[in-house]
Design a protein around this ligand. Structure first.
Ligand SMILES: Nc1ncnc2c1ncn2[C@@H]1O[C@H](COP(=O)(O)OP(=O)(O)OP(=O)(O)O)[C@@H](O)[C@H]1O
Length: 576
């Protein structure tokens, strides 16, 4: 069952999960976090710990960067309008069910489709399988996600778990040729216009040179031939240049043919200069190229799909594992330096716990309930396994922060996560209550609400940890001692664990012999009159309050009559 959290404990849980979520690369991975919601099942906690201990080792430096390159490859079932499938009457139903393209039994209806597939010999032979009818649907998503495949391959190497992505990439590589051709087809107009321009330029150059050779001696020869009526010689002169131009045209065409992978004849032989390709010829070429390419793409895709299909289940598995890896890298980053707590029957103890949301916190060691043998911090001899602790001490000493830290450690432990401490032991809880001090609300309404929440937390049985931040602020001190005293007795009788922040430590201690009183103390004042606080509570000792320290400081500094008065006040403090 889930560990029950009251609203303020739940808010701490939310803070923790949003910290982890902020370290995820993929939004989808946050689903994983839901498997780790706090539980009161000891076996489950231990199972999660065991899993995380192992799994967090798989996270290696650089993993996050690789995960950033991964996109989820979606194979969608599209209806392809460029093909028809000719089948036998008996196969029609199955073929239509594939839902991949038009289906017919009549070969005549196949006209107009660039791609004709058939199970009965009227086109490219296929079996009624998606991978044969529409192999592009397998290959294209993979081709477009080569970056993801490369990342998966590297992740496989990094984690040592291997990957099928490398093999898939190898199979895919021949697809590059047809993709190149598709690109070429897209820029056919520019390609041809460029060739046309280039060719005209070369012809023009040739003609210019030709006109130059005609000057001088050639001109005299030419005139002589003209006079003699030797037209044949004149024509041969021109034919020579005509031949050269034709050579150039042929050369240009064979270059284009090579690029397009198809024999083309584009330039008119009638009009040699300027050469010009009529638009309808370009269109004709485009149609032909498109048709050829369709078949080529299909054939290549089919060949590749055949090889790649058996690898897809493993690829899917790898992709879904990416979420897990992403989750793990986020957890690892968040829990850097944390330790897995021992899971015990009850109570909570930790050494050098570090508050999650205070920057550079002073580490604090704390224990509620049974004291582990390793809990040997200074003053630990004053800890006697008390279940109920009253936390007292200086203003802004860190009392609230300590309750928060206890909540954080408890929640993380119940998630099966490591906790921010050097060592920790956490008893399995059924319920965790955290009551913050209600700062701005005063009056009977606030008191009533607070009292009701407190009492409600004491109902029933089970393992409970109840953390209460200064209850008396909303009632009179005298009444508070009576109320808190009785309620803590109930908690004690029921074996619940309680930490309550109170300034009434002294009075409560008299009422509650079973409780321990801890104190967070100011070590003194710095040169700016600021308190120097030791965040580590002193076990079994009331925390000196701030006013006392200030009086002490003034008493030390003052002279004469004033000093005497300060000392008298100070003595009053010391008496109690
Ligand atoms: N372990 C710690 N290390 C460093 N700073 C801390 C630590 N604990 C608390 N602080 C800082 O001390 C300040 C006061 O803390 P907190 O509010 O917990 O004190 P408090 O004793 O509950 O105060 P109040 O008497 O007003 O209720 C906060 O700014 C907090 O960030």
């Amino acid at each position: 069952m889930a560990l029950k959290l009251n609203p303020e404990a739940r808010a701490v849980y939310r803070d923790i999960t949003s910290q982890i979520k902020s370290r995820l690369v993929l939004k989808e991975s946050s689903d994983y976090l839901e498997n780790f919601s706090p539980t009161n099942d000891r076996g489950e906690i231990l199972k999660r710990q065991e899993y995380l201990r192992e799994a967090l080792r798989r996270v290696k430096p650089g993993l996050k960067e690789l995960i950033k390159r991964v996109r989820f490859i979606r194979f969608t079932r599209d209806y392809l309008h460029d093909r028809v499938l000719i089948v036998d009457e008996s196969e029609v139903e199955t073929a239509i069910k594939l839902g991949l393209c038009d289906v017919t039994t009549n070969p005549e209806e196949a006209e107009g489709y660039p791609l004709v597939l058939s199970t009965i010999g009227y086109g490219i032979d296929v079996e009624l399988l998606p991978s044969q009818v529409a192999p592009e649907l397998y290959v294209l998503p993979l081709w477009e996600n080569r970056e993801t495949l490369k990342a998966l391959e590297e992740i496989g190497k990094l984690t040592g778990e291997g990957s099928v992505a490398g093999e898939i990439l190898e199979h895919l590589s021949p697809f590059g040729e047809v993709v190149e051709k598709e690109k070429l087809l897209g820029s056919l107009d520019e390609l041809i216009a460029e060739k046309e321009r280039e060719l005209n330029e070369r012809i023009e150059e040739k003609l210019e040179k030709f006109s130059l050779t005609l000057t001088g001696r050639d001109l005299v020869k030419f005139l002589n031939e003209l006079r003699e009526g030797n037209y044949e010689a004149i024509f041969s002169h021109f034919r020579e240049i005509e031949g050269e131009i034709l050579d150039m045209i042929n050369e240009a065409e064979s270059e284009l043919s090579k690029v397009l992978g198809l024999h083309v004849e584009l330039f008119s032989r009638e009009e040699l200069y300027p050469v010009r390709i009529p638009p309808e010829v370009v269109e004709g070429l485009r149609t032909e190229l498109e048709r050829e390419l369709k078949v080529e793409v299909y054939m290549k895709a089919r060949e590749i799909a055949e090889k790649v299909r058996p690898l897809l289940p493993k690829l899917r598995e790898e992709l879904s594992k990416i979420r897990e890896l992403d989750f793990l890298q986020a957890v690892k980053a968040f829990t850097e330096g944390f330790t897995f707590p021992e899971i015990a029957e009850s109570g909570i103890a930790f050494l050098n716990g570090r508050h999650l949301f205070i920057e550079n916190p002073q580490p604090v060691s704390y224990v509620v309930g049974e004291k582990p043998e390793w809990f040997d911090v200074p003053g630990a001899e004053n800890v006697r396994g008390e279940n109920v602790v009253i936390l007292t001490g200086a203003n802004s000493g860190g009392k609230t922060s300590l309750l928060e830290l206890i909540t954080q450690v408890s929640i993380l432990a119940h998630m099966g996560f490591p906790v921010p401490a050097e060592r920790a032991r956490v008893g399995v809880l059924d319920e965790l209550f955290f009551f913050r001090r209600k700062r701005s609300v005063y009056g009977a309404g606030a008191f009533e609400t607070a009292l009701r929440s407190f009492v409600r937390s004491l109902r029933g049985k089970g393992n409970k940890l109840i953390l209460i931040d200064e209850f008396e602020a909303i009632t009179e001190p005298g009444a508070a001692v009576k109320i808190i005293g009785e309620l803590l007795k109930v908690a004690h009788e029921k074996g619940f664990h309680v930490v309550i922040v109170s300034h009434l430590g002294e009075d409560l201690k008299k009422e509650l012999p079973f409780a321990r009183v801890d104190g967070i103390e100011a070590k003194g004042l710095d040169e700016n009159l600021n308190l120097i606080v030791d965040r580590q509570p002193v076990f079994g000792r009331l925390g000196r309050s701030t006013p006392e320290l200030i009086v002490e400081r003034l008493a030390r500094k003052a002279r004469g009559a004033e000093k005497e008065i300060y000392e008298r006040v100070l003595r009053k403090f010391r008496e109690s």
